[in-house]
Design a protein around this ligand. Structure first.
Ligand SMILES: [Zn+2]
Length: 276
């Protein structure tokens, strides 16, 4: 599932080729993408809009139009946005859910094998309330300090992994980067979130930011479906410290990485570096 580094990579790649372009023709083939709204109706509304900016909040891509309206895209499990023109375009396949022809002749193609992704067109005044209910602090913003992280976790008895996966508290951290961040911070994923001491909170703050930045630098992690908009792969999967590495030696101490279930998810950690 794309997390903050993957969505940010897609955003950064799409921004320079989309900003200033007008949506000339929009075809949405899958009603699940826009439900409860009619896909043909949404496509018709999008045609003629000119893109002013491509932003991100948590795992949401925010396509802002000059009209003030906004297309909120969430890739969920297996959504991909591809951009190119002419011979580059991959052949039509059953997982292609939408095609947008831009006024420079290039196309944006949306593919989604599992079909959980969503496109939601909102009016300017609807954006902040919508995101406000769903997306918490941006961990890479300067304003996200150790103090802010401490506030988000204070008093919580839930395991720290579950707490940092909660999108309403912390935006964009998913299963992969949660495990990577906790390993960096030397914190067991099942520690109660509210019991971390100041030194641990500082380490976790740094661990979250370092893990996410590493993911962005490597253009995200391609395990199965995630692709960059040119159809390429990310490289972060080659540098995981714990995620998916059960039985392999910890980079820090050589102890075999173990896999457990935490926060309802497969969770990898070093039993020596990350004590309960
Ligand atoms: Zn270790």
């Amino acid at each position: 599932m794309p997390e903050l580094p993957e969505v940010e990579t897609v955003r950064a790649r799409l921004e320079p080729v989309l900003v200033g372009r007008r949506l000339e023709r929009v075809e949405i083939h899958d009603p699940r993408l826009t439900r409860p709204f009619d896909p043909a109706g949404v496509a018709a509304e999008l045609e003629g809009e000119r893109i002013a900016a491509v932003d991100r909040r948590g795992k949401y891509l925010i396509v802002r139009f000059e009209s003030g309206r906004v297309l909120l895209i969430h890739l969920r499990m297996t959504g991909n946005l591809l951009h190119g023109s002419g011979e580059w375009l991959p052949p039509a396949d059953p997982h292609r859910r939408a095609v947008v022809r831009l006024d420079d002749g290039s196309d944006v193609i949306y593919r989604d094998v599992r079909r959980f992704g969503t496109w939601l067109l909102v009016e300017p005044h609807e954006l902040e309330p919508y995101l406000g209910d769903r997306v918490g602090r941006e961990p890479l913003e300067r304003s996200f300090t150790t103090k802010r992280l401490a506030e988000a976790l204070a008093g919580r008895r839930t395991p720290v992994k579950a707490a940092i996966l909660d999108q309403r508290r912390l935006a964009g951290v998913g299963n992969i980067y949660a495990d990577e961040a906790l390993w960096r911070a030397r914190i067991h994923p099942q520690r109660p979130a509210g019991e971390l001491d100041p030194a641990e909170l500082k380490a976790l703050h740094r661990g979250i930011r370092t893990a996410l930045k590493a993911g962005i630098e490597r253009q995200g992690a391609t395990l199965r479906d995630y692709r960059t908009p040119d159809g390429g792969s990310g490289a972060m999967q080659h540098e995981f410290k714990v995620y998916g590495r059960e039985g392999e030696p910890c980079d820090r101490c050589g102890t075999p990485i173990e896999k457990i279930r935490a926060a309802g998810r497969g969770t990898w950690y070093c039993p020596n570096c990350q004590r309960l």
